[in-house]
Ligand binder design. Sequence first.
Ligand SMILES: *Cc1c(COP(=O)(O)O)cnc(C)c1O
Length: 490
Amino acid sequence: MPGRRSIVASEPLIFELASPGRPGVRPPLAQFDDVEPASVLPEGQIRESLDLPEVSEIDVMRHFVRLSQRNHSIDTAIYPLGSCTMKYNPKINEVTARLPGLLEPHPYQPETSVQGLLALIHDLEAVLGEIAGFATVTTQPAAGSQGEMVGLLCIQAWLRSRGERRTTVLVPDSAHGTNPATATMTGMRVEPLGTAADGNIDLAELDAKLNDDVAALMLTLPTTLGLFEQRILEVTRRVHAAGGQVYGDGANMNAMLGRVRPGDLGIDVMHLNLHKTFTTPHGGGGPGAGALGVQAHLAPFLPGPNIVKNGSGYALEPAGPDSIGRVHSHVGNVGNLVRGYTYIRSLGRDGMREVADDAVLHANYLRARLAPHYDIPYDRICMHEVVLAGTRQRSLGVRTTDIAKRLIDYGVHPPTVYFPLIVDEALMIEPTETESIESLDQFAEAMISVAHEAKTAPDLLHAAPSAAPVRRLDEVTANRSPDVNWINAD
Ligand SMILES: *Cc1c(COP(=O)(O)O)cnc(C)c1O
């Protein structure tokens, strides 16, 4: 496999590599020789030593390159993490994001000097509106989850403007954890909604739970089971008939680009993850962009400022009186907006459709190849991802965690595991459109080989990973109180 199957050498800390008097750079300080620090700096800011490690440039470079190679990345090998859309980030995006006119502007520069940047974001909003079928788009939210929050706040504000107060949000039991979290953060009450045997929303349960306290249904399309909600028009019609709104979780827009416009299906408001569908880098909590599209009736409540086009060019207009207020400084995570725009423009209208077609084809290819080896609880044509279950393997004493850890030894990133919550021993695979047939085959063969090992050599799986820098971590503790010294632990 092309991924991380390399020699595992122990890597010292940067402080251990340091040696006093071995600086990486030697700035020309002669010009400061005659300057008395106390004459230019306040007393509290004068330091004798910064206690920084002194390491030569080449050693710094090698240290961090070696560390980077201990991690899996989309530039190393396939990264089929379901729901996360870990597609390849084209390098042209980085070129445009670094164009001085787009990279360097200061947020308080006069609008007349950033016309190109404002034009780009204005056009991005229009293009996203066209792709997803919404009247107005804001690029302010910094993540999908923040988009959800803005969307629900807009729904609340709209209800208030009609003299209504509703406090319940219906959330299907297959939903991403951010959906109930967002509803709770906005002060609403979450009412879970069951999934029918065919993977669609249970309509009878929907009817039973719709009442005049329901503010919204939060619907993921396609669902996190990787399935298109086949009765979507019926679902949105019933929610509207009961006076509620439909919030669409559009993190999975990859499956629908150029094929289906959620806004045409009765969805009132939906976020789009630029860092998933539109190839801006993500992971590790880095900057995201969760553009939010709304139908016209919700537009007055969106956060500001808005980029408007007037006779002489583009201007920033403060939010109107009904706005929910600001959610991000200035106009959002601009670098990511430039990257997403570049991706859309470099593919064009036909390219957008091809993205969805290939993403769906790839997931179904893996579904067909893996069906003989893994259980598939909701087995029908899937969209951009397929959800398998490690239930057959569990009966052999092997858990989904073991399968995931063993895949690391094959040099591939494991799929998302144990999500969606309604699938026992879930393995949620999203190959994305950017993988080649060879790379899909390598992944499929790794999965098949692990399924075989589960029968013949389960101990290999229990002990995995054996070819990674670390074995099994206590993942909760590793997240909550990371130990930066782990690298030397063994
Ligand atoms: C990723 C994701 C989210 C949350 O998006 P963030 O940008 O990570 O906040 C919400 N719903 C689904 C289905 C997702 O995959």
